[in-house]
Write a protein that binds this ligand. Structure first.
Ligand code: NAI
Ligand code: MG
Length: 348
């Protein structure tokens, strides 16, 4: 029996995670779900934002469903030393799981195009999956220093690091429209030259059915908001992926519609991209769609149950039209929306 660890965390985390758990129980009743602490609540209970009982629970977990961590700006947590703050718990968790591929779907839900900051005609039909390398590149590896008026960081990648994340992108493209755009800056960066060479070699060796093209990151920054429907799967290194995925997040129209997955060799981590929303926490009005869709990604990528994942995606799309939440200009609260998802599931 697969085991899922849930880490609801702080703010609206527990509210949206509870909704996602209700949906999981409906579509995967055989799965064991075990709840643990992370973030500010974990610090309050154990004096540690990523406490030992939580670490222990991950050892035999098949997947992790995370809510959100962090407090309001004036929260006492923000006065703690950095390593005890809620966000440190999340960084430690990501590191412990060794997830090297971050997946962010960017999809405009049919019928919600008018809510997007983009013109409806641009937003229509957008369905992109951004695959960002998460453990290498300039954020992690290599030499770094600040010394007087000079500072440097080193951007470094190895062939195995490029290949393992590219495999995730090719695999995902096989389940989708079969197209991968690899994003780099190969006209100026040696790292990008290696990246481009290795991605191409992997496609030629193992994924001949995939259509692969290469684009420069500056050009993609423009095209991803001016012509987003041209993309299927985008794969890129850590720094470029960080910026492009935040940029693309404007397309769906609300943070409450953006799920994510982080995959490695062990248990994957599934979480909405939004934060703990202290301004609406405790009011029962948070949009749980991103958390519920993250549970869908958990079933698809973590437990390899695409049918159950597809059921969730269809139910969320129906619920968004029947009971739009407040962030989308509707009136539904968290419970009302979740009930709409559950009833769409019952009739599917
Ligand atoms: P935020 O994402 O929490 O909120 C930004 C705005 O979006 C707020 O007005 C909020 O009400 C709204 N919003 C976010 N999610 C929503 C949802 N599901 N339904 C309806 N409205 C939603 O970002 P903010 O305010 O910058 O950060 C608040 C706290 O969250 C901070 O402590 C920050 O460090 C933490 N944070 C945690 C993340 C995580 O756990 N992965 C990611 C981003 C921020
Ligand atoms: Mg970012």
């Amino acid at each position: 029996m697969p085991k899922i660890v849930t880490l609801p965390g702080d703010g609206i985390g527990p509210e949206v995670t509870a909704a996602a758990v209700q949906v999981l129980r409906e579509v995967a009743p055989d799965v064991t779900i075990e709840e643990h602490l992370i973030g500010g609540v974990a610090y309050d209970t154990h004096g540690d934002p990523f406490p030992q009982p939580t670490r222990d629970a991950l050892a035999n977990a098949d997947a992790v469903l995370l809510g959100t961590v962090g407090g309001a700006q004036d929260s006492a947590w923000n006065l703690l030393p950095r390593h005890l703050r809620p966000e440190s718990g999340l960084l430690a968790l990501r590191k412990a799981l060794g997830c090297y591929a971050n997946l962010r779907p960017v999809r405009v839900q049919p019928g919600l195009e008018h809510l997007s900051p983009l013109k409806a005609e641009l937003a229509r039909g957008v369905d992109i999956l951004i695959v960002r390398e998460l453990l290498g590149g300039v954020y992690f590896d290599g030499d770094r220093k600040i010394d007087g008026d000079t500072a440097y960081n080193t951007m470094r990648y190895t062939t195995p690091e490029v290949e393992r994340v590219a495999k995730v992108a090719f695999w995902a493209a096989e389940q989708r429209r079969g197209r991968v755009t690899s994003v780099d800056k190969a006209n100026v960066l040696e790292v990008s030259e290696l990246w481009r060479r290795d991605v191409t070699a992997l496609r030629d060796r193992d994924y001949r059915g995939i259509h692969l093209n290469h684009e420069y990151v500056d050009s993609v920054a423009m095209l991803i908001v001016s012509d987003p429907s041209r993309y299927d799967v985008i794969v890129t290194e850590n720094l470029f992926g960080d910026i492009l995925s935040d940029l693309a997040a404007v397309i769906p129209g609300s943070l409450g519609l953006m799920p994510s997955a982080s995959l490695g060799d062990g248990a994957g981590l599934f979480e909405p991209i939004h934060g703990s929303a202290p301004d609406i926490a405790g009011k029962g009005i948070a949009n749980p769609a991103a958390a519920i869709m993250s549970a869908g990604m958990l079933l698809r990528h973590g437990l390899k149950r695409p049918d159950a994942a597809n059921r969730i995606d269809r139910a969320v799309a129906l619920a968004l039209r029947a009971q739009p939440t407040r962030d989308l200009g509707g009136a539904a609260d968290t419970q009302t929306f979740t009930r709409a998802v559950l009833s769409a599931l019952e009739s599917s």
